[in-house]
Design a protein around this ligand. Sequence first.
Ligand code: 13P
Ligand code: SF4
Length: 325
Amino acid sequence: MATTTLEITPRGSVLPDAERAALQPILDEIERLKKARNAVVAAHNYMTPDIFGLAADLTGDSLKLAAMAKETEADVIVLAGVDFMAETAKLVNPSKTVLLPDKRAGCSLADGITGADVRALKAQYPGVPVVTYVNTSADVKAETDICCTSGNAVAVVESLGVDRVIFLPDQYLGKYVATQTDVELILWDGACMVHERFTGEEIRQHRNDLGGVSVIAHPECPPDVLAEADYVGSTNGIINWVTDHRPDRVMMITECSMADNVALETPDVEFVRPCNLCPHMKRITLDGIRHSLETMTHRIEIPEEIAGRARLAVERMLEVGRHEK
Ligand code: 13P
Ligand code: SF4
């Protein structure tokens, strides 16, 4: 039995002219504030199309956002995403003011593990290096040898040149990485509240009902879902796959908003999706971005004794770069 109903994004723009016109006053205000503050809006691929397509200066997955935050010459970065992304931006470019428009924009993976948990694991497995998904707090990153994202997890694990690593906190990303490498992974039982809801059975059923659909999935999905996928990758990997392959119809197994953003760029493709939304990402709105720039809130501050060690783990990840098909 399918647990999630299918939504269909019609081919072509999902931001009709009338909708764009209605948004113009707030977009103008955001532009005015960006200029006054020398600010950029950096938006994750899961933002709604009004933010992603109309207000953002920089867009990308976690890895691309981290790399762009390091390079930007703006004084202020408004991170239209969740708290670990804003913390990562602050870690890689500490002299900048980094703002998160809504403090409640967290992440179920990041909430599922603490620095104390990592210290306990290190005591249990002395000498085994720790690889941590970037979807974690700075406190957890500080206990980590190197971070990774879904865009480079296998390469990061293999970059250490060891036969065993502790891999935290997403059990599903970890299980997927384990299928791609000979390195043994010691896993934590964390999961993303959005991706863990998909099931292989529902994807199979939708595929049978639809016929002729390409299935692409994020590696935070459970293994039975990934077994149904024609391609598995980060949100940027997914965008690149659709842009390169131009399937007639695609079923995207990831946060629901993203299909609208990819549809803007690929009007010839029909997107169908079992629709699960990330409630944390959806905390970020155009009005929240405007308010954030107006009031210069909420500033990300990380105590230096944590930031110094966490920064090293993120910088090491950036040196590995992106490794994705
Ligand atoms: P990406 O790094 O692939 O954008 O994933 C981040 C995320 O939070 C997925 O749920
Ligand atoms: Fe975290 Fe999942 Fe939301 Fe991504 S989709 S931010 S992993 S809760």
